[in-house]
Design a protein around this ligand. Structure first.
Ligand code: NAD
Ligand code: WQD
Length: 350
């Protein structure tokens, strides 16, 4: 059985990817320092898959601790590196911590892959690398020139890609940078979803929280953009589709079919959805109103960004299975589950 090391495996996308890896018969080892998650995630993974996931409680900024994982597991065929700090506002407040965490963890993981002859590394990149895209550059392809990143977080992803490109040139290492657009939703079982250590401010969680009465309402950040309904446009993509793309990428690498040493692939649906369309989709999918008010624009928001997803289909044979209604229905199911478990209120008080 092929063993995959998933870093940040207790987090949102990592946990959903572990489920898909187990479903595809991979053996999985997880590593996390729980700075934005906790180890109860593994219980939820077991509830869904029946599998126990061996895990390490390790800060990947510590090279010796990272090396120990590879020394103790000589059968690793690939690493999926999710571990990172992802909060854009936190990265603005503490840029040094974000650069240290995101870039040094990546360098350590890439060094271990080289030292322990693990040839396949998948890196979580982000559409934030494109910066404030010009409308004429939409939809963005992997070749769209990168602009200045809008945050230290965005720079850690631009840097991460550059680090890997040079390391793949210098060493026998293969890396794929998957640029996720806006991952949302939860596993269709409703038994697992995003459970961060801190309150989140992304659109879909605030929609579901407002609908559940956890918060009284949320704010739509601007209705006077030059878009079809005045609100910003994004490319939302179901978290389990993102997970599936990682499985497909690893399978292609392991089978020897996918030989490019360094590659970049967009993971999006290709469809731009406005904030108002997202709210409507939620209300249709759940049958519940999401109370909101119109506010001013949020600093640093890009007006419109959505992907050209053709390369993912050509190279990985991957296409998203879930539409915006499925994304909203699953996010709602998870919100209700959190309420049942009594964790929604607690999270807000953090
Ligand atoms: P997440 O915060 O839920 O998961 C990241 C996990 O990494 C957390 O469990 C955290 O505890 C762990 N971690 C952070 N630093 C670590 C360190 N030094 N050592 C060990 N573990 C560490 O975030 P997510 O949404 O699952 O994102 C996963 C990856 O995808 C991240 O790299 C993120 O930047 C990237 N990404 C996320 C989005 C998104 O909107 N969620 C979009 C594009 C890219
Ligand atoms: C989506 C849309 C908001 C909250 C972020 C990161 C990006 C990437 C994905 C990691 C925007 C609007 C939101 C609210 C609103 N992550 N909105 N009211 O900003 O597109 O991207 O996650 O790599 O780097 O920046 O996601 O969910 O915050 O916002 O109107 O209360 O919803 O203005 O148009 P964003 P988001």
């Amino acid at each position: 059985m092929n063993t995959v090391l998933v870093t940040g495996g207790a987090g949102y996308i990592g946990s959903h990817t572990i489920i898909e890896l187990i479903n595809a018969n991979f053996k999985v080892i997880s590593v996390d320092n729980y700075i934005n998650s906790n180890a109860t995630t593994y219980d939820r993974i077991k509830e869904i898959t029946g599998a126990d996931v061996p895990f390490y409680d390790t800060d990947l900024r510590d090279l010796e601790a990272a090396r120990k994982i590879f020394q103790e597991n000589t059968d690793i065929v690939g690493v999926i590196h999710f571990a990172a700090l992802k909060s854009v506002p936190d990265s603005v407040d503490n840029p040094d911590f974000c650069f240290d965490n995101n870039n040094n963890s990546l360098i350590n993981i890439a060094k271990c892959c080289v030292e322990f002859n693990v040839p396949n590394l998948i890196f979580s990149s982000s559409c934030s690398v494109y910066g404030n895209v010009n409308p004429e550059d939409l939809p963005v392809t992997e070749d769209t020139p990168l602009k200045k990143a809008e945050s230290p977080y965005g720079y850690t992803k631009q840097n991460g890609e550059v680090i890997l490109e040079f390391m793949c040139n210098a060493y026998p290492l293969h890396a794929i940078c998957l640029r996720y657009f806006n991952p949302v939703g939860a596993h269709i079982s409703g038994k697992i979803g995003e459970l961060p250590a801190k309150r989140v401010n992304n659109l879909v969680p605030v929609i579901t929280q407002a609908a559940a009465g956890v918060i009284p309402h949320f704010t739509v950040f601007g209705d006077d953009y030059a878009t079809r309904d005045g609100s910003c446009i994004r490319d939302y993509i179901h978290v389990s589709d993102i997970a599936d793309a990682h499985v497909k990428a690893l399978q292609k690498k392991i089978s020897g079919e996918y030989t490019t040493a360094y590659d970049i692939i967009n993971l999006g649906s290709g469809d731009g959805v406005s904030v108002f369309e997202a709210i409507n989709a939620f209300e249709e999918a759940s049958g519940v109103k999401a109370p909101h008010e119109i506010g001013s624009k949020r600093a640093g928001d890009v007006e419109s960004i959505y992907s050209n997803p053709v390369k993912a289909e050509q190279v990985l044979g991957w296409k998203p299975k879930y539409n915006i209604h499925d994304m909203m229905a699953s996010a709602w199911k998870w919100q209700l589950r959190m309420k049942e478990l009594g964790i929604a209120k607690h999270k807000l008080e953090d």
